[in-house]
Design a binder for this molecule. Structure first.
Ligand SMILES: [Zn+2]
Ligand SMILES: [Zn+2]
Length: 337
């Protein structure tokens, strides 16, 4: 698929280029290059997998061919990562072959990059516990864990020079809007009337959500809070996501996302009203026929919604017996109440 570099310019004259990179087969992410007076900032790096690095370099060639912008990766003097998912940070070691630019990320996601192996161990144990809680069969557990760990060893821990938090201003250009949920350290970056919305808000699809039971700082509760932070921003005229096309009408897109979350909550409530069941059973009803990694993502997503309903007191587990051992509950059946 032919992907073109898009160019935008803010009212203050800052130039923004959107470089499409194929981060996984047939799955694209947007890397942004922001060119201001003294700042040449790369927002995200692609995955480093497959065609991603090649596409990133091709994007810089297209900058010149399409837009006459004579810049290369070596000119980049700041790297900002919107969150620590591999499709956004995996290209970091490749980018660093060209530039010594410092890399910045939200404090809550730093460990994923600076302590990659340790964090992976923690996260995979937590995922394993969650899958047992969710009620997947032993064979399915083994299958899903195997899929989760596939290719995960490819990234090597890398240094991070700078961290930031909500409200910080970066490069005297970007205001950080903390929007956890999809990832603990997910941020949106405001540059005047432009919002870089990363994976928090996308033009067509909803970002993946997993329950906080796996990773604190994720989950539906945080995600909705993050949407509310964005809904409060005034004067955003263009929203540029980490995937998919630009969003012209942010309030309308937000309205659609809030409504879609509500529909999912109602669907899960209806299924639980009909019959108490596990997260895995709910997921099988909601996302019939999902295969491969999508099956794992479906169970995680339903887990995030059920957890939200539990935290709000709308559902409760029915089959956890008082017990004096400290094993984690497994095959937990939820009911509406
Ligand atoms: Zn992501
Ligand atoms: Zn992404």
């Amino acid at each position: 698929m032919e992907q073109r570099v898009l160019r935008f310019e803010t009212q203050a004259g800052v130039r923004i280029y959107s470089l499409p990179v194929e981060v996984f087969p047939q799955f694209y992410a947007n890397v942004y290059l922001v060119v201001a007076d003294s700042t040449i900032c790369l927002i995200d790096t692609g995955s480093g997998h497959g065609n991603s690095n090649r596409d990133l370099l091709a994007g810089f060639v297209a900058l010149q061919d399409q837009w006459g912008e004579r810049l290369s990766l070596a000119d980049v003097n700041q790297i900002i990562l919107t969150h620590a998912h591999i499709d956004h940070f995996g290209g970091l070691p490749f980018v660093r072959q060209f530039t010594q630019a410092p890399t910045a990320i939200h404090i809550a996601d730093r460990r994923v990059i600076t302590n990659y192996d340790g964090r992976l161990l923690f996260a995979s144990k937590a995922l394993s516990r969650f899958l047992r809680h969710a009620g997947v069969s032993a064979a399915q557990h083994q299958h899903l864990m195997g899929m989760y760990l596939q290719n995960k060893e490819a990234f090597q821990t890398a240094p991070i020079e700078q961290t930031f938090e909500d409200g910080d201003r970066l490069c005297d250009l970007f205001d950080v809007v903390y929007t956890p949920g999809h990832c603990p350290g997910q941020v949106c970056l405001r540059l005047d009337e432009v919002l870089f919305s990363a994976d928090h808000i996308l033009a067509r699809t909803a970002p993946h959500l997993a329950p906080e039971m796996i990773t604190p700082g994720t989950g539906l509760e945080h995600y909705i809070w993050g949407l509310q932070q964005v809904a409060r921003l005034d004067g955003i005229e263009l929203t540029l996501g980490g995937h998919e096309q630009p969003i012209e009408n942010l309030p309308k897109r937000l309205e659609h996302i809030f409504a879609s979350n509500q529909r999912k909550i109602e669907r899960i409530s209806d299924l639980l009203k009909a019959q108490p069941q596990t997260v895995a059973q709910l997921s099988a009803s909601m996302y019939r026929g999902l295969q491969g990694y999508d099956e794992l993502l479906g169970i995680e997503k339903v887990g995030a919604f059920v957890e939200y309903l539990y935290l709000r007191g709308y559902v409760r587990p029915v089959n956890i017996a008082p017990d004096d051992d400290d094993r984690d509950p497994i095959n937990v059946v939820y009911e509406l109440f």
